[in-house]
Design a binder for this molecule. Sequence first.
Ligand code: C2E
Ligand code: CA
Ligand code: CA
Ligand code: CA
Length: 278
Amino acid sequence: AKDAGGNRYALADPDSDARAIDRHSLTNHLPGALERDEFFLEYQPLIRMSDGQVDGAEALVRWKHPVHGRLGPDRFIPLAEHTGLIVPLGRWVLEQAVSHACTWAGGQPLRVNVNLSPRQLHHPDLVPDTIAVLESAGVAPSSLCLEVTESALISADEDELKPLWQLAELGVDIALDDFGTGYSNLANLRRLPATTLKLDRSFTQGLQRHPADPVDLTFVEGIVSLAHALGLAVTVEGVETESQADQLRQLGCDTAQGWYYARPAPPGEFARDWARAG
Ligand code: C2E
Ligand code: CA
Ligand code: CA
Ligand code: CA
């Protein structure tokens, strides 16, 4: 059945079938999905551009839907955010990611990046929950990076930013995700406790053209120098080719993530490929 009235989710990615999934099927199954243990995480390595070594991993959640099979987060995170399930789901993701990270300690512990939704940011339990998860796993706050989108913070006032500042003071890294998309207010950077900018995939894509899009080149160059001047690191997303990687390294980006290095993979596979002891 094809999209008839706009009340269906159109599917166009390899995470799900070419069939349309109606919203009711997602809405009905989502509330119990956590108890039924239907979520799982995959990890994608973050690669240090100076030496090509792995620097950490981003945790990405997936849903093994009882009817529709594997679904990517774009299918259900907005719904979880809307219904509030994102709060317990987000805590589950944090617990899982931190406990997986413990098993990766080879030569030195790998950092793990966890995405935070706006609703989690505004939840009063964020700081105590995060501290509790780190303490019970015995993981240093500096081994955790929380990723928040700039758009989630744009309208936040000082009080709303306090939890993030508290976490940053404990040593948790804060990354601004999807940086450069939508409404970017550079002056805003100074009031955020960010340690890293994650440059959105769209800029990486612009570099793939021949010649590279001059606007994207200039933008990346400008962002990197501004970020470094402010003491922030720059991570680039969506690196798919060697040419993109070379250009981004030359432009001074610190860390890269993308299919060129690795696709997101289940914890066992990730550990085997990227977290060998030694
Ligand atoms: P994001 O945080 O921007 O994550 C990066 C997305 O880019 C991931 O999509 C990843 O699989 C994809 N990606 C990585 N390398 C490449 C590449 O080289 N090319 C291309 N085309 N894509 C690449 P994914 O896993 O589908 O996640 C989509 C979004 O869902 C994430 O975007 C994030 O906003 C959200 N998300 C994922 N996990 C969580 C979670 O645990 N909590 C919350 N709140 N949101 C999550
Ligand atoms: Ca992210
Ligand atoms: Ca992103
Ligand atoms: Ca994104």
